[in-house]
Design a protein around this ligand. Sequence first.
Ligand SMILES: [Cu+2]
Length: 261
Amino acid sequence: MTAKRTTRLAALVALPMALALGTSTAATAAGPQGFQIDLSQLNNSGASGTAMLSLDGTELTVKIESQGLTPGQPHAQHIHGSTEGHDFTCPDITADKDGDGIVTTSEGLPVYGNINISLTVDGDTTPDSGLAVDRMPVAEADGTLSYERTLTVSQDVADHIQDLHVVQHGIDPNGNNKYDFGVGKSDLDPKLPQEATAPAACGLVKGAAVGSVPAGGVETGTTASTSGVQSRGMAAVGAATLVAAAGTIVVTRRRRAAQDG
Ligand SMILES: [Cu+2]
């Protein structure tokens, strides 16, 4: 609640600057629009960074510069959120429902929403590639990660870009520079370490939530809703992809059926 309020206040402060910079939310705005995102750590990961989203029509260029990530490991990264007016945000420790000190991906998803775009280095960028770790960027030996990609997005994404946010996954609480079972198994798949799937950093588009009309039941970030339940399905998609394609397909189909139905 406190964090949420803080986010809103920050957003209100950021609005005049955003307007001054010409980052208008108007759908008819001409020319490229730029949105800066400050990535802040989750789960005491020590990760931070900056993401720049440049939107020209439906052509979206994503640039991410992060540091403090688990070195030499792939970091699944996504644009999360809803293009349907749900007011998702970045989770804080209050999302840690089981009180184990880790906000897991499934605990965080009701707050930060479904995967909308998978920020892979090549190939597919749909939610299906949520944890296609072979196509996710790998952090350098010093824990930095640089990413840039231009992709074509849907008009819905272009219209709601300010409702979306960036999440990077993969933490290393015991500091041994690899994903292990130090904080147990992933809540999404027991074959996976929690470290590999837990979110490491998250950031909202500056000015986000100012013009959006919350329509979801997760406004407080503490109450699971229909969309939250659906989000958990998304979490399962991501984890399954990390493990094996076979599992992914089943879960993905179930989610698609739920979404399309
Ligand atoms: Cu994600």
